[in-house]
Design a protein around this ligand. Structure first.
Ligand code: M6R
Length: 609
C-alpha cells in the first residue's frame, strides 16, 4: 500500500526522500510526490505513475532543502492522478501532509469543512485531514494535531510539514505503521523498516494516537493528549544487503534462493541441533497448556493463511488438538463466539495486515489468548499479541511471499511438535528423529534451487497457458492453494487449486485438450488416489505434470512429466515441494514479461480493509 518517508537534518532532503521512496516501492503504488522546505517555502513535486516520472520532473526542476516528506500513493479515494497524489495541503497554505490509511468519516468531515470555507482540490480522504488540521491550527502544530485526531475515524499514518515550523516533521498514527529513527545526519521516518536501514538500525515504532516530532537534533514523542512520553528503541538486525537485490534480476528469485538460509536461521532459534531437542523456553506453551488448550484457531490472509493450513495439519497430527483455520477478513465479521480454552494463532509476515490485526483485537477484547507468528519485530501484531513466535526470514521485498511462507511453516511445525511433546502425543525419540530430518532439509532445498534451469525450461514451453490447475490431497491440497496463488499473482495466469477428490464434482468440466494440471503428490498414503484423479484429467486431454517424492511406478502413464523430489517424512515434504512451485510461478512471470516484484494491483502490506 502507500509508503511514507521523511527526513530533517543537515543534508539535502530530496535524494534521501527519493531513495526512501524507491525502497518502499515494493509496497505497491500508482503515483508519488515529495514536499521539501527550500529555505523560503515548501516546494511540492508530484506525479502520476512510476517514480521515474517524479524523478524526471525533479531532474528538470531540482529541489534543495534540509527537511522534507515523501509519499507513494496506492489509490483508494480518487483515481491515480496528479491532483490526487500526495502531499496535500490546506486552503490557508499553512501545512502540507502525506497520509497512509483510510479516513472512514471523510465525507462528513469534508462537508463540515466546506461549510467552514475550505476549498477542496482533490477527491482524496487525505486532503480532508490536511484541511481539518489547518482549520484548527492557531500557531501550535502539536495542539492542532491533538485536536484534529479527536474528529478522525479510520486509520492514518501522517507526516506533516508546517510552514511556521519548517525544520520539523510532525507525525501521528492510528492503525497504520510508522517507524522513526535517528541517523548520524538527522532524523528519519518511514512506513516500513527497509527505508531506514541505510541510516540506522535503532528505531522506534509509533503506536496508536501517538505523535512524534522530528527535528535535526532529535525525536520527541507525545501521547494523544500532547503529553511527553518515553518510547523504547528497538534494534533491527536486518542488514542493508538483505534488503537489496544484489546481482539477482528480481527480489522474488533472490528471496527464493535465500530460503535454505532463512529456514535454517528460523529453525535454529527453536531447536538445538547439537542436542537434537526443541528449546522448550522459546515456545509459548507452558506445562499447563498441554491440558488447558482445548482448541486452536488459526487466522491469516493470503499466503499466511495457506501457511496456517499447514499449521492446522501439523497441530492436529502432532498435538492431536482440534484446530480451525480461517481467513481473517471473513473471521472478523463471522460473529464468532469464542469457547473457553481457545487460543487464536495469528500468522502475518508484516504484522500490519489490517484484517489480521482486527481479528487479533477482537480476540483480545473477548479475553482470548493470542499468539502471533510474525516476521517483523515492532510491528503492530508483534507488539499487541500476547506472545510472538518470530520467523527469521529477514526483509521480504517482493510482493509475492516466498521465504516468509517457508519460515511460517517451519515455526508452525516446531510449535506443533513442542505442543505434541507436552501433550504426550509425540515421544522424545520421535521429536529427535523429526529434528534430525529437518536438519537435512536445507541441503535438499539448495539442490532444488540449483536445478532451477529445468523449471525455467518447462516455463518457457508453458507460459502461454491460459488456465492452470493444481491438485492434491491433504497437505498437498494446502500446498496447491499456495502454488496457485503464487502463479496467478505474478504471471496473471488464471490458476486454481482443487482438492483432487473434488474435481469430479464440477471442476473437471473445465478440462480440455492441453489444459495444464499440476498434481502434487508428496503424501504416499494418498498417492494412488491422486493418481486416479490424474488419469481422469489426462484422458480428457489435460497435460499433466506430477510433483512427487514417491515411487514413479505409482504415476507412470498418468502424466507427461514428473518433477521428482527427495524422499522426506510426509509432514516435512512441503518445505521442499513449495520451492519448485515458487520457481515455476517466477519463471512463468518472467517469460510473460510481467512486473514480477510488483505485480499489478497488488501491495506488499495490506494495511487497509
Ligand atoms: O503480511 P502478511 O503475511 O499478513 O500478508 C498477508 C497477505 O497479504 C500475503 O501473504 C499475500 O497473500 C502475499 N504477499 C501473496 O504472495
Amino acid at each position: 500500500m502507500c509508503g511514507i518517508v521523511g527526513y530533517t537534518g543537515c543534508n539535502n532532503a530530496t535524494p534521501i526522500l527519493l531513495e526512501g521512496l524507491d525502497t518502499l516501492a515494493y509496497r505497491g503504488y500508482d503515483s508519488a510526490g515529495i514536499a521539501v522546505w527550500d529555505g523560503e517555502q515548501i516546494v511540492m513535486k508530484k506525479e502520476k505513475g512510476q517514480l521515474a516520472n517524479l524523478k524526471a520532473i525533479i531532474e528538470n526542476e531540482p529541489v534543495f532543502g534540509v527537511c522534507g516528506i515523501g509519499h507513494t500513493r496506492w489509490a483508494t479515494h480518487g483515481e491515480p492522478s496528479y491532483v490526487n497524489s500526495h502531499p496535500h495541503g490546506d486552503t490557508k497554505k499553512q501545512l502540507v501532509l502525506v497520509h497512509n490509511g483510510i479516513i472512514e468519516n471523510y465525507l462528513r468531515l469534508k462537508n463540515m469543512l466546506i461549510d467552514r470555507g475550505c476549498e477542496f482540490v482533490s477527491d482524496t480522504d487525505t486532503e480532508v485531514v490536511a484541511q481539518l488540521i489547518g482549520s484548527v491550527y492557531s500557531g501550535d502544530p502539536k495542539a492542532a494535531i491533538v485536536e484534529a485526531m479527536r474528529f478522525i475515524e479510520g486509520s492514518f499514518a501522517l507526516a506533516i510539514l508546517f510552514r511556521d515550523d519548517p525544520h520539523r516533521i510532525y507525525c501521528a498514527c492510528k492503525d497504520s505503521p510508522m517507524v522513526v529513527g535517528f541517523g548520524k545526519d538527522g532524523a528519519h521516518i518511514a512506513s516500513d523498516i527497509p527505508a531506514l536501514l541505510s541510516y540506522t538500525r535503532d528505531v522506534t515504532f509509533m503506536e496508536d494516537k501517538q505523535i512524534a516530532v522530528l527535528s535535526p537534533e532529535g525525536i520527541s514523542f507525545f501521547d494523544e493528549f500532547g503529553e511527553w512520553i518515553d518510547k523504547p528503541v528497538v534494534h533491527i538486525d536486518w542488514d542493508m544487503d538483505s534488503a537489496k537485490k544484489g546481482s539477482f534480476e528480481h527480489y522474488m528469485i533472490k528471496e527464493i534462493c535465500e530460503e535454505p538460509v532463512a529456514f535454517r536461521k528460523t529453525a535454529e532459534q527453536y531447536v538445538s541441533f547439537r542436542e537434537m531437542r526443541l528449546k522448550g523456553d522459546c515456545f509459548p506453551w507452558g506445562d499447563g497448556d498441554a491440558q488447558s488448550i482445548k482448541r486452536i484457531r488459526i487466522i491469516g490472509c493470503g499466503t499466511a493463511y495457506h501457511a496456517g493450513l499447514l499449521g492446522k495439519k501439523y497441530l492436529t497430527t502432532l498435538a492431536k488438538i482440534p484446530v480451525e483455520a480461517d481467513i481473517a477478513s471473513e473471521f472478523r465479521y463471522a460473529d464468532y463466539v469464542f469457547e473457553p480454552g481457545e487460543v487464536l494463532l495469528l500468522i502475518s509476515q508484516s504484522g500490519e495486515t489490517a484484517d489480521t490485526i482486527a481479528a487479533m483485537r477482537m480476540a483480545k477484547q473477548a479475553g482470548v489468548r493470542t499468539i502471533a507468528v510474525c516476521n517483523v519485530i515492532g510491528s503492530t501484531i508483534a507488539r499487541e499479541a500476547d506472545e510472538v513466535l518470530f520467523t527469521y526470514a529477514g526483509p521480504e521485498i517482493a510482493v509475492a511471499a516466498t521465504k516468509s511462507y517457508l519460515t511460517q511453516a517451519t515455526v508452525l511445525f516446531l510449535a506443533a511438535l513442542r505442543l505434541g511433546q507436552l501433550r504426550g502425543t509425540v515421544s522424545d525419540d520421535e521429536v529427535s528423529a523429526l529434528l534430525a530430518e529437518l536438519e537435512g532439509l536445507p541441503a535438499k532445498m539448495e539442490a532444488l534451487i540449483e536445478q532451477r534451469g529445468d523449471i525455467q525450461y518447462f516455463a518457457s514451453r508453458e507460459f502461454s497457458a491460459r488456465h492452470v490447475f493444481f491438485i492434491g490431497r491433504g497437505i498437498d491440497n494446502a500446498l496447491a492453494m499456495e502454488a496457485a496463488l503464487k502463479l496467478k499473482e505474478v504471471s496473471y495466469i488464471h490458476s486454481e487449486a482443487y482438492a483432487a477428490g473434488e474435481l469430479k464434482h464440477g471442476t473437471i468440466a473445465l478440462i480440455e485438450e492441453g489444459t495444464l494440471v499440476i498434481a502434487l503428490m508428496t503424501q504416499r498414503h494418498l498417492a494412488a488416489k491422486t493418481a486416479s484423479n490424474m488419469e481422469e484429467v489426462r484422458v480428457r486431454g489435460a497435460n499433466v505434470l506430477a510433483v512427487t517424492n514417491g515411487r514413479l511406478d505409482d504415476i507412470e502413464g498418468h502424466c507427461s512429466k514428473v518433477w521428482q523430489l527427495d524422499e522426506t517424512n510426509e509432514l516435512l515434504s512441503p518445505f521442499c515441494a513449495i520451492i519448485p512451485m515458487q520457481l515455476f510461478a517466477y519463471y512463468m512471470a518472467v517469460q510473460k514479461g510481467c512486473s514480477v516484484d510488483k505485480p499489478r494491483n497488488l501491495a506488499k502490506s495490506v494495511t487497509v480493509e
